[in-house]
Design a protein around this ligand. Sequence first.
Ligand code: ADP
Length: 264
Amino acid sequence: MKNILFNNGLPKSVEDGKAALKNLNGNHIQKVIILFGPPGAGKGTQSELLAQKFYFYNLDTSRVLEEKFKNAKPGETIEINGKKYLVSDEIEKRRKGTLCSVEFTAFLMNKRMAEIHSLGKSLILSGSPRSRAEAEIEIPFLEKFYGKENINIFFLDLPQEQTIFRNSNRRICELMHHSILYIPENVGLKRCPLDGSRLIHRDLDNVETIKSRLEEYEQTVAPLEEFYTSEKFSIKKVNADHYVEDVFDGILKELGPSFKVYEI
Ligand code: ADP
């Protein structure tokens, strides 16, 4: 093999440096991690940890929608498979708290995923696809770009009573909206340990709202699982009823040694 490093370990050129980095971090094969599971299972928490560890792009559906809405021109429509979607209708759905049209959401997601792929990045999805209908549009698209063998799907398993417990006790900080874990050590905490702002409990984090989110989830999860299975994906199940770091370890073990990190 060509020696691309000087004796001091530094690469001989920019190109050699890039090649060395690719060899070292093993991430030259672009990959996808998809997390799904009940509300409160820790998808958001774990996706942030994974993104930091592997330098993956953490793609957030809400952000993709918000960006579109923010820049929408009056009366703007998007044509998808011959059907026109009025952006203002989608904005209204979101304002009312209902889900945006599947085709509309999946169209924007696919567009963004193609951009991320073209930048050479790997990807994490934790809020999408949310239903079988959405998966039927997004997954074939992801397969085309990343290859089926590079798509890793995780189910974060959490008993229903824990979902309700975690969500209804959820506190976030006022300033940067950090989520505070509801663990015995944090119960008496009044201020965010990261930015010092006050901790608040949001009205929407109440038992009734969580139960209705759970009902919606129960209706969508089985068809989503069926879709992944019918498409011959193996779903890796991780017990999410542990401390964050233990759940993270569980995911890392499943990902295996091909997921390497270039640690400086
Ligand atoms: P999801 O994205 O699946 O809805 P989040 O990552 O937003 O879940 O976490 C929901 C709530 O549960 C947050 O308040 C978070 O701090 C807390 N949480 C996440 N993982 C754990 C865990 N392993 N143990 C205890 N609380 C957790």
